[in-house]
Design a protein around this ligand. Structure first.
Ligand SMILES: NC(=O)c1ccc[n+]([C@@H]2O[C@H](COP(=O)([O-])OP(=O)(O)OC[C@H]3O[C@@H](n4cnc5c(N)ncnc54)[C@H](O)[C@@H]3O)[C@@H](O)[C@H]2O)c1
Length: 283
């Protein structure tokens, strides 16, 4: 096994999915939330996800129980000191991630690999916060992590080749398909996906069609499994704005400039599935 002890930092939709996938590789996983309530939510979300995997016949009851037993939650960053890989999956905010990397640089084990799950932010900026930037890279899972096969392995200028090779081996052990990509905003998928999602919001704002009509058109006309508004709700509208802003800052392309409606919806607390409503209701 490439990494025997994996730490995951965060308590959002991605963190629990990454913990489940990493535990599926056979690793023991320490999942760190900022407070006890979020840690309890994480545990409940893991149980739900594993129950769904059982229902769908993806795992046996024994496999699910063994996997769950390999994951513990904590509120202490110091509990990650024995991990040989730490993957951060906190909010898509550069300042928050920079602070977290500085802290990880202090607590992580000598020789540990540190990874970010960022969708768009510069991995090199995070790498430069720690004593060994050559051991930092991006491991970008997709949502929902247990179901999506792709993982982008992001190579900042500072990374050591051996670290990239280990990350690729780990991704394969997780049952995923690694694709290597340069450290540029949006990597492959989000650089291509987000102009499309943003332009769907633009069409809606212009009254070209209803959201239901646009979603049905992209499913029926392009064979996409879900339309742009259902996908924005799944990603989270706050996270989508953060992704668009990082893309816009990097490339200055107006297609990446977040549409006003997205901002208004976030101000209204309509973040998508995670808040119970977005373009569609979820309660
Ligand atoms: N949502 C997606 O579809 C998706 C897909 C792939 C990657 N990502 C990336 O994964 C990461 C997490 O995204 P998510 O969708 O799980 O987010 P989320 O909104 O579900 O959760 C954000 C997490 O960040 C934590 N957080 C908020 N402020 C913080 C702070 N000041 N300090 C420390 N932690 C803080 C929250 O407690 C929460 O655990 C982001 O980098 C995002 O770009 C998201």
């Amino acid at each position: 096994m490439e990494f025997e002890r994996v730490g995951v930092v965060g308590s959002g939709i991605m963190a629990s999915g990454i913990a489940e996938v990493a535990a599926g590789s056979g690793a023991t996983v320490v999942l760190r939330a900022r407070n006890a309530a979020s840690a309890a939510d994480l545990g409940a979300r893991l149980d739900e996800s594993l129950a769904r995997a059982l229902e769908r016949g993806k795992r046996t009851a024994e496999e699910a129980a063994a996997l769950r037993a390999r994951i513990t939650t904590t509120t202490e960053l110091g509990d990650l000191a024995h991990c040989d890989l730490v993957i951060e999956s906190v909010v898509e905010d550069l300042e928050v991630k920079l602070d977290l990397f500085r802290a990880l640089g202090r607590v992580a084990a000598e020789g540990a690999v540190l990874a970010t799950g960022t969708s768009t932010l510069p991995v090199i900026d995070l790498a430069m916060q720690v004593p060994h930037p050559e051991r930092v890279l991006g491991i970008h899972f997709f949502n929902p992590a247990p179901q999506m096969s792709l993982v982008e392995v992001v190579r900042p200028l500072s990374v050591d080749e051996a670290v990239v090779a280990r990350a690729i081996a780990f991704v394969r052990e997780c049952g995923k398909e690694p694709i290597e990509v340069k450290d540029q905003a949006g990597f492959i998928v989000n650089a291509l996906l987000f102009p499309y999602l943003n332009n769907a919001v633009r069409l809606l704002e212009r009254g070209v069609a209803t959201k239901e009509g646009i979603d049905a058109a992209m499913k029926g006309g392009c064979g996409f499994p879900m339309g742009p508004f259902a996908l924005l709700d799944l990603v989270g509208l706050d996270t989508s704005i953060a992704i668009l802003e990082a893309l816009y800052a990097e490339y200055g392309d107006p297609n990446y400039s977040p549409e006003p409606l997205l901002r208004r919806m976030v101000s209204a607390g309509r973040l998508g599935r995670k808040s119970g409503s977005g373009f569609y209701p979820y309660r």
